[in-house]
Design a protein around this ligand. Structure first.
Ligand code: SAH
Length: 217
C-alpha cells in the first residue's frame, strides 16, 4: 500500500529546497519545475526510504532498479517537453515517478515496464494521484509499444548499448527521443526525427540501469 500522507510544512519546505537546487543546477523550464514541486516523490518509495525522497539523489525501488535522481528526471523531462509533445512513450515505468510527471505535462502517456511487481505498484500510485491519461503495458520481447505509436516524444529510463532501431521507428516525424546509451560510460542523448533522418545530440554523461529483454512476472 502507498498513501499520500506526511505532506506537512516540513515536507513542503524540503520540496522547495529541492526545486531551488534544480534551478541552481540549470533547470530552466518553469512548467517542469512547477510539476516537480507539486509531485509527492515520497509516495514512490518504500516507507524506509521516504524520508530521503527530496534529496537530489537516485534511490533503490527493489529488484535492483532505481528511481532516478531528480536532477536527471528534470533534465530529461525538460528536453522532452520543449516541443510540447502530446503523445509520449516511456520505457521503464519503474516506480511511476517520471510517468506521473509526464502525465501532468502531456496529453497521453504510454509507459512500458518489464517487472510486473513494479508495474503493479506504479499503477496503484497513478490511481492515487488520479492520473487517468496513462496507459501501462508489461514488456514482452518487442521494445516499446509499436501498436499505439508513433509518438511525438519517447523517453527511455534504462540504458541500451545502442539505440534500438525499433524505437526509432516508433518516433513520429518531428518527434524527440531522450535516451541514455552505453555500458559502463553512458551518454544521455537527444534524437530528433526529420522524415527518415535522425539527428543526435549529446546532453551529458549519466548512469542508468541496463535496458533488458524479457518479462519478470
Ligand atoms: N522511470 C523510472 C526509473 C526506473 S529504472 C522511475 O521514475 O522510477 C528503469 C526501469 O526500466 C526499471 O524498472 C526496469 O525494470 C525497466 N526496464 C528495463 N528494461 C526494460 C525494457 N526492455 N522494457 C521496459 N522496461 C524496462
Amino acid at each position: 500500500m502507498v498513501a499520500i500522507d506526511g505532506i506537512g510544512m516540513t515536507s513542503r519546505r524540503t520540496r522547495l529546497r529541492l526545486i531551488q537546487r534544480l534551478r541552481e543546477a540549470g533547470i530552466r523550464d518553469e512548467k517542469v519545475l512547477a510539476v516537480m514541486e507539486e509531485m509527492p516523490r515520497h509516495i514512490f518509495l518504500d516507507e524506509a526510504l521516504a524520508h530521503r525522497a527530496y534529496e537530489d539523489t537516485a534511490l533503490p525501488i527493489g529488484y535492483s532498479q532505481t528511481l532516478s535522481q531528480p536532477y536527471i528526471v528534470a533534465r530529461m523531462t525538460e528536453v522532452l517537453v520543449a516541443s510540447a509533445p502530446s503523445k509520449v512513450l516511456e520505457i521503464g515505468t519503474g516506480s511511476g515517478y517520471q510517468t506521473s510527471i509526464l502525465a501532468r505535462l502531456c496529453d497521453e502517456v504510454y509507459s512500458v515496464e518489464r517487472i510486473k511487481a513494479l508495474q503493479d505498484k506504479a499503477r496503484e500510485r497513478l490511481h492515487l494521484l488520479k492520473l487517468r491519461n496513462v496507459m501501462l503495458r508489461l514488456a514482452d520481447d518487442t521494445v516499446g509499444w509499436p501498436e499505439r505509436g508513433p509518438y511525438n516524444g519517447i523517453i527511455v529510463t534504462a540504458a541500451p548499448r545502442v539505440v534500438p532501431p525499433e524505437l526509432l521507428e516508433q518516433l513520429a516525424d518531428g518527434g524527440i527521443m531522450v535516451i541514455p546509451v552505453g555500458e559502463e560510460r553512458q551518454m544521455l542523448v537527444k534524437i530528433t526525427r526529420e522524415g527518415d533522418r535522425f539527428h543526435q545530440e549529446d546532453i551529458e554523461p549519466v548512469r542508468f540501469v541496463p535496458l533488458l529483454g524479457g518479462v519478470v512476472r
